[in-house]
Write a protein that binds this ligand. Structure first.
Ligand code: IPE
Ligand code: IPE
Ligand code: MG
Length: 258
């Protein structure tokens, strides 16, 4: 028999950059409303204050050599929020995309969006999203994916539809071929998910891609999350033992596992 731990080590090697840095980090940016409530401010003030955390996180990920960063900005379920809050979030997204385009481009960051293309996305925002994608298309230092109007289940259903439309025979549907029908199929699996505000749930986020992700739940509300918090999460990740359901080689014992 070969070395049964080999598959685990190969998967870990694929998932990690220099010094055990996760290749793909995703953030569920949660807690804006509570941040505002603590200050007796309207929820929109919390969203407004979130931009600083977004920029800090991008800088920290970029500085640490993270290759893929995904930020969950708006879920398919978030359309159910009060109309004024949704409108505000869309306006804020547009302002951020416009205001930060050159900041992102100058750092060699390729930007793209993950979403269902819902017609409720204001056309001006959709245009600015397309412009940012185009402007940064050739950048290679880091890929920043902004999940805006994203739903993990929706993506899986769409992939199934796409396979059926393509007439793919059932016995040719594999995990690999299925993943090829998800949006942005070049995106590697998520290695680390950070969800702020202490909430510990997935909330329909990248359900396929987080299958073997490590999760960290800092207590900080998203508007208070800073570069140092992000780096602390990377340190915690480095101390985790990822096994992918397998076993690791015994440390320098020279003996194989039984
Ligand atoms: C995250 O903060 C932002 C979005 C979901 C758009 P919340 O708005 O969910 O803040 P809480 O969870 O109510 O504190
Ligand atoms: C998840 O947060 C979505 C985003 C951060 C964009 P929510 O605040 O919408 O999720 P729940 O309602 O707590 O599950
Ligand atoms: Mg929330």
């Amino acid at each position: 028999m070969g070395r049964p731990w080999r598959a685990v080590e190969e998967r870990v090697a694929v998932a990690e950059g220099p010094r055990g840095t996760p290749r793909h980090v995703a953030c569920v940016m949660d807690g804006n409303g509570r941040w505002a409530a603590q200050r007796s401010l309207p929820r929109t003030a919390g969203h407004e204050a979130a931009e600083a955390a977004v920029i800090d996180t991008i800088e920290a990920a970029h500085g640490a050599g993270v290759e893929w960063l995904t930020l969950y900005a708006f879920s398919t379920e978030n359309w159910g929020r009060p109309g004024g809050e949704v409108e505000f979030l869309m306006r804020l997204a547009r302002r951020t995309v416009r205001r930060r385009a050159l900041f992102l481009h100058a750092r060699g960051i390729r930007c793209r969006f993950l979403g269902t293309g819902d017609p409720r996305i204001p056309p001006a925002l959709a245009r600015d999203m397309a412009d940012l994608t185009e402007l940064t298309r050739r950048n290679r230092r880091m890929t920043l994916t902004i999940a805006l109007d994203h739903g993990g289940r929706r993506d899986i259903v769409e992939a199934a539809r796409s396979l059926i439309r393509g007439g793919v025979p059932a016995d040719q549907v594999t995990e690999h071929s299925f993943a090829g029908h998800l949006p942005h199929p070049d995106t590697p699996d998520v290695d680390l998910v950070i969800r702020t505000s202490g909430e510990q749930r997935i909330s329909n986020f990248m359900l396929w891609q987080v299958a073997y992700a490590e999760w960290i739940f800092p207590g900080a509300l998203w508007p208070d999350f800073r570069a140092a918090d992000f780096r602390e999460c990377l340190d915690t990740y480095r101390r985790r033992d990822r096994r992918f359901g397998g076993v690791r080689a015994p440390a320098a014992s020279g003996k194989g596992p039984r």
